[in-house]
Ligand binder design. Structure first.
Ligand SMILES: [Zn+2]
Length: 171
């Protein structure tokens, strides 16, 4: 009866897959494979699969640029489409909205510039003598004293981008 299994089979397979076969395995195992039909077959088949795989890996660099080119072309097309979308004619409404936003921003800076300067001085003074516990009363006092400044800051941070976004997004 022909032997179909061998306890060394897995070991031989692992050695081949890890590229240890036949040079870097125990002499005992090599001797066993010579005399064992099962392990001989495993070594031969696994070795053939391994060399085929290595050939695939060796040829891979020539096939890689192809998939890379496909990816690159897709990227280029996406970029071209984005440029075309961005290059659509700017309407008078968009220009007017942008001008309004800029005027609002300029007005805010103009109306609060002295307070802004004072605020900057206050901040630099606070940073020089920083005391976390004293910060909160100062901050609330600052907000109470400079309500307009805070309102304008909020307007600049939130209202202007939203206005610009709505104007440009509307096509
Ligand atoms: Zn065996």
């Amino acid at each position: 009866m022909k032997q179909i299994e061998c306890s060394f089979e897995a070991e031989v397979l692992a050695a081949v897959l890890q590229s240890r076969w036949p040079e870097r395995v125990d002499a005992e195992l090599r001797e066993h494979v010579k005399g064992c039909a099962v392990c001989g077959d495993v070594a031969a088949v696994a070795g053939a699969i391994e060399s085929a795989r290595e050939e695939t890996v060796a040829y891979a660099p020539t096939s890689l640029p192809n998939s890379g080119q496909v990816w690159w072309k897709a990227q280029m097309r996406a970029r071209r489409e984005a440029v075309e979308a961005a290059g659509r004619p700017i309407t008078a409404v968009q220009i007017a909205a942008f001008a309004c936003a800029m005027a609002l921003m300029g007005a805010c800076i103009g109306a609060t510039s002295s307070w802004f300067q004072a605020g900057l001085k206050w901040v630099s003074g606070e940073v020089a003598a920083f005391d976390p516990k004293a910060l909160l009363p100062y901050a609330t006092g600052m907000i109470a004293a400079h309500g307009l400044l805070v309102a304008c800051m909020v307007a600049m941070v939130f209202v202007v981008p939203v206005a610009v976004y709505l104007a440009i997004g509307k096509d």
